[in-house]
Design a protein around this ligand. Sequence first.
Ligand code: BGC
Length: 367
Amino acid sequence: MTTLGAIGATPRLGSTIKKSFGKTPDGQPVDLYVLTNISGAEVSITNYGGAVVSLKVPDRSGKLADVVLGYETADGYVNDKSYFGALVGRYGNRIAHAQFVLDGKTYTLAKNNGENSLHGGIKGFNKAVWAAKVLSTKDGQSLELSYLSKDGEEGFPGNLKVKVIYTLTDANALQIEYSAATDKKTVVNLTNHSYFNLAGQSSGNILGHQLMIQADKFTPVDASLIPTGELRDVAGTPFDFRKSTAIGARIDQEDEQLKLGGGYDHNFVLRRAAGVGESLAARVVEPTTGRVLEVWTTEPGVQFYTGNFLDGKTAGKGGMTYPRRAAFCLETQHYPDSPNQPKFPSVVLNPGERYHTITTYKFSVEK
Ligand code: BGC
């Protein structure tokens, strides 16, 4: 065990510990970095897939609980099909027919979700070993992860240099800063796929969590969960979370879109002014523990997913299995299938440009 970001050097900011987390199937060692802040909150991140493995934050009485789903060792992440906590790329969510056109050239991607490409393909960024560096910044302990996605990887054009900095602040926020640069025109959409349960990672379903999403519209989908292109008003639908509402209040309502997603599995169009830095995207309150999660982002959308495909079969942390709807995801992003949807905000990255987005998960409590 190594202590990095030494306590003596920066006493106010907690510390980071590095531990072995196992090996990849081809024998590469991978690590777990445990970052703590001055109030005792703690995040563990592995450089396998850049996944957030655990995240411990206090409830209203100060009791810490781990509020994300995950696995005990690297093997769990090697075999994972749910993207627990992972960094997702090169393209978060779906690209229809695993194909898109840039400057008249058709790029064909791996199909890993029926006819579509999902979350970067068969070997997305969640299955990569990232280079890791511990940083002590003015805001807290940080972990910098870097990855070079080669030209043609999973069918995407351009060598893409990606850097993600996770920072655990002393104010109990987990900030994720993503940047990337390419040497050929490409498409990029990076996100984190943490599954949250604010009552604790093995405490039943999330239907009683109260959710607010700052969105007047969402992007309805077809039967393969590809957006139809419409931006639909949430008003008068079960997708209206403009006022805080229990996640489960309408989830089983007769509704074409809920039926297609098996619950919520939709992109919400965030109400935010362009170029203003991070804005509040969503706020979640867990009434029994008082834990509150706010999601702030520079991104135009958020995928609200209610763990509809979890089936209780995967062995997670502490010997727990995770049943359907045991957690929710709020994946900040550009809209799914943007490369094929000219009316959606562009996901094209040109050589010489810098891809740069920030998302912060802020934790607090409500009495
Ligand atoms: C997608 C879901 C998918 C889940 C896990 C979400 O981002 O929208 O359809 O099942 O990720 O892959």
